[in-house]
Design a binder for this molecule. Structure first.
Ligand code: NAD
Ligand code: MG
Length: 380
């Protein structure tokens, strides 16, 4: 029996993690859950999975929760997240909070030597070197949940040092695949929230529409697999979740239906594979898979991410924070779709990158970027 802490339990990844847990009741037990704004869902989850601890974000939520559910410890805020992430009875921490809010608790889980099932890619984008050094130092396990990185992680099993030549990340292209820059100028929030293949939280759905998600994933792949040779290929069917090329010219791929329960389950069970009853891929029904080059003119966010990776130091943290703020502005209807990459680029251009030696250095760069993009957005 392994005990889980699910940070961000009420989100898209969090609820799908609980679906996986539900199908293996004899293997996984929920020790703790966290939720930020959907307190009713957290209450339902707590009733079903009977955790020992829940973390909420305010006194008010704590009050509502304790009125509804008895006998569960309720802790509040970031300190609560940190203490859940490092609790001694927890074996696996599922890092499923969205954005920079997930950074410190993920870091604390790594420092506590846990297995971390990582969905929160922003953590590696902002602080990849610090996170990876801590993984090594504290003998933690960082297992990717992001479907592309799970695919690559599965493909490199049995591949030795020096044998990996290239990583190829597939991208669906999002709802605006094939659009020109002119067409993108006027797309609205509702259209951008309609992802063709995946049902995800709002932030990552917008990131998928701008291709910033793929850019963040390039940086994530760099830190996870230690390789610079990373290519992005548009594959609208989202069946090949990603590929590797080995030095002898073989391509290895992982395929499946677009269903996050698969990579979530693998991150929990690795190195084992367990039988499940999720719907399986039918190649005859699928018929065809197609591939094309990403259009970085219409979708400059991807190029910005490569640029941030090349510059290194605090630049990826600035890219990430500026993007998070810009996506928020877009969702609130305050800026247009193309303003997202435009403002991120302007913020990056205004930044003097430096080497971050600690998480607080990273958070300082993150805060700087948030302030900067707010100033810049006033003039859009
Ligand atoms: P979501 O918006 O559906 O859920 C986010 C979760 O984080 C919720 O439980 C929310 O309560 C919590 N949260 C949000 N802000 C918080 C804060 N300030 N403090 C504490 N908790 C907070 O997002 P999601 O789609 O589940 O994505 C979660 C992470 O997983 C993201 O980093 C995303 O990039 C990554 N990811 C998601 C998918 C997917 O299919 N949804 C796929 C790959 C990677
Ligand atoms: Mg992904």
């Amino acid at each position: 029996m392994r005990d889980l802490a699910i940070l961000g339990a009420t989100g898209s990844i969090g609820t799908q993690t609980l679906e996986v847990v539900r199908s293996f009741p004899n293997r996984y037990r929920v020790f703790g859950l966290s939720g930020h704004n959907n307190i009713q869902l957290l209450i339902e989850q707590a009733r079903e999975f009977k955790p020992q601890v829940v973390v909420v974000s305010s006194e008010e939520q704590a009050r509502i929760f304790t009125e509804e559910v008895k006998g569960i410890e309720v802790i509040i805020g970031e300190e609560g997240l940190n203490s859940l992430a490092e609790a001694s009875s927890v074996d696996i921490v599922v890092a499923a909070i969205v954005g920079t809010a997930g950074l410190t608790p993920t870091y604390r889980a790594i420092r506590a030597g846990k297995r971390v099932a990582l969905a929160n890619k922003e953590t590696l984008v902002a602080a990849g070197d610090i996170m990876m050094a801590a993984v090594k130092e504290h003998k933690a396990e960082l297992i990717p949940v992001d479907s592309e990185h799970s695919a690559i992680f599965q493909c490199i099993q049995g591949i030795r040092d020096g044998e990996l030549k290239k990583v190829i990340l597939t991208a669906s292209g999002g709802p605006f695949r094939g659009y020109t820059k002119e067409q993108l100028e006027n797309v609205g929030v509702e259209q951008a929230l309609k992802h063709p293949n995946w049902n995800m939280g709002a932030k990552i759905t917008i990131d998928s529409a701008t291709l910033m998600n793929k850019g963040l994933e390039v940086i994530e792949a760099y830190w996870l697999f230690g390789i610079r040779n990373i290519e992005v290929v548009i594959h609208p069917q989202s069946i090949i979740h990603s590929l590797i090329e080995t030095v002898d010219g073989s391509f290895l791929a992982q395929l499946g239906l677009p269903d996050m329960k698969l990579p979530i389950q693998y991150a929990l069970t690795y190195p084992q594979r367990l039988d499940n009853s999720f719907e399986a891929l039918d190649l005859i029904k699928l018929k065809e898979m197609t591939f094309s080059e990403p259009d970085t003119k219409a979708f400059p966010a991807l190029a910005l991410a490569y640029q941030a990776l090349d510059t290194g130091m605090t630049m990826p943290a600035v890219l990430n924070a500026a993007n998070e703020v810009a996506v928020g502005f877009f969702l609130e209807g305050r800026i247009g779709f193309l303003d997202i990459p435009r403002l991120v680029e302007q913020t990056m251009n205004a930044h003097d990158p430096y080497k971050a030696r600690s998480i607080s250095d990273v958070l300082a760069a993150d805060n700087w970027a948030r302030e900067k993009i707010r100033q810049l957005a006033e003039v859009v």
